[in-house]
Ligand binder design. Structure first.
Ligand code: COA
Length: 382
């Protein structure tokens, strides 16, 4: 490992990495179309925001840092989080990095390059000594200030021995049958223009939530708790932009990107559409509700939107089954399958084991507890 280094990519290496990875993430597209998608995503505020946005990293032999024959590459996004530490119960802001697009070309695989890239990447993200929680120094530099990093693994537990621990990865899925619930409240449609205000309101509710100690099954008072801090909804807007790119290829132009429960409720949903022929699903980016009726109302609105878009199913990550009234607060991850289906409008509970597994690496001081990720939903994926 001493002969290799992980460096920020030059613009030429970034372009080369994009070309390489198009075989994986640009399936069904020409290189030009894939490039168009990537340019469009790079132009989103999420990818170029003042906190740092997207950067590419490459694994290179030492002394040949600018080579275009680099061995492996990945991307990171610098992201603010709210965090509650057992020793400092008031939630504070800190820096995290999400990692995406880990890629090794086929002819260089199974030589340990991805593992080496990831091991060395820790050193580019975390400071030399554990960072002070709550102090977000604007160093003007990218990296070496993260209290944690996270990624969504498409290769199962590959990242576990490299330091990223798998987080809960449950999802609820619904087919397209109609929901009949006399008690479900009315909803109004959410458009793109509504997103920033919804994100700001959600941030303040999350801030209150994170001020509370974790429930016992998630580590209790000893757990560190964190949640993404994105009061302008930049990550949701990035996902929506991505969704619109595919919508236009499918000849669609959706305008509804979520739903809000009417009245004084905080309940709302933001979603994206996936038009890939083998997927055809609506996925919730964020789903906030506090009762079964609110959840059913939001799912009903999602079903109507999905049906209009010709989609086949609806998916929500890590739904709060206690708030949904189908699990016990003492053991909230176990919901009886039949009860769940009958009480949640035909929902099916699935645990993802291979694709999009959320994984976390913690760089703060040892705290003897768990790291509890609040609202670990699709909206933070990249
Ligand atoms: C996954 C990937 C980055 C691994 O790169 P690599 O340099 O070959 O990885 P390493 O040599 O460090 O480790 C190889 C190990 O990766 C694991 N691995 C590779 N592909 C895997 C997959 N699809 N599912 C689970 N594990 C996988 C295996 O354990 C393999 O060990 P083995 O050779 O004994 O079977 C590479 O295969 C790749 O670029 N794939 C396409 C893009 C991709 O899926 N990226 C991951 C996105 S989260």
């Amino acid at each position: 490992m001493d002969s290799y280094a992980v460096c920020l990519a030059t613009p030429e290496q970034d372009a080369e990495a994009r070309k390489r990875e198009s075989v994986e993430w640009g399936v069904g597209m020409t290189l030009e179309q894939f490039s168009e998608r990537e340019d469009m995503l790079d132009s989103q505020p999420f990818a170029r925001n003042g906190d740092g946005g997207r950067r590419r990293w490459v694994l290179v032999p030492k002394g040949d840092e600018e080579t275009l024959d680099f061995l492996a590459a990945c991307e990171t996004y610098r992201r603010k989080i709210m965090i509650r530490h057992p020793e400092n119960e008031i939630p504070v802001t800190a820096i995290s990095y999400s990692i995406a697009s880990v890629f090794v070309p086929a002819q260089k695989r199974r030589k340990g390059y991805a593992a080496m890239l990831m091991k060395l990447l820790h050193g580019q993200i975390q400071p030399a000594s554990p960072p002070s929680i709550g102090i977000v120094e604007e160093t003007g530099r990218y990296g070496k200030d993260g209290i944690l990093s996270f990624l969504f693994s498409d290769v199962g537990k590959f990242y576990e021995p490299l330091g990223w621990h798998v987080n809960k990865a449950d999802q609820l899925e619904w087919g397209m049958q109609a929901i009949i619930s006399a008690k479900a409240p009315s909803t109004t449609a959410v458009t793109e223009a509504d997103i920033p205000a919804l994100a700001t309101a959600d941030e303040s509710v999350l801030r209150q939530e994170i001020a509370q100690p974790a429930p016992r099954h998630l580590g209790g008072p000893q757990a560190v708790r964190f949640t993404l801090s994105d009061p302008q909804g930049l990550a949701w807007r990035w996902s929506i932009a991505r969704s619109k790119f595919y919508a236009s290829r499918a000849g669609r132009s959706p305008t509804v990107w979520g739903a809000r429960v009417e009245g004084l409720s905080n309940a709302f949903a933001v979603w994206a559409y996936n038009y890939q022929p083998n997927t055809l699903e609506l996925i919730f980016l964020r789903l906030r509700f506090s009762s079964r009726e609110e959840l059913l109302a939001l799912v009903a609105a999602a079903r109507a939107a999905a049906s209009k878009e010709g989609l086949k199913r609806i998916v929500a990550w890590n739904v709060d089954l206690v708030a949904a009234g189908v699990a016990d607060a003492e053991n909230p991850t176990v919901a009886d399958a039949e009860r769940l289906t009958s009480e949640l409008a035909g929902a099916n509970l699935v645990t993802r084991t291979s694709k999009s597994l959320p994984c976390i690496a913690w760089y703060g001081a040892e705290h003897g507890g768990k790291v509890d990720w609040i609202a670990c939903e699709k909206g933070w994926w990249c």
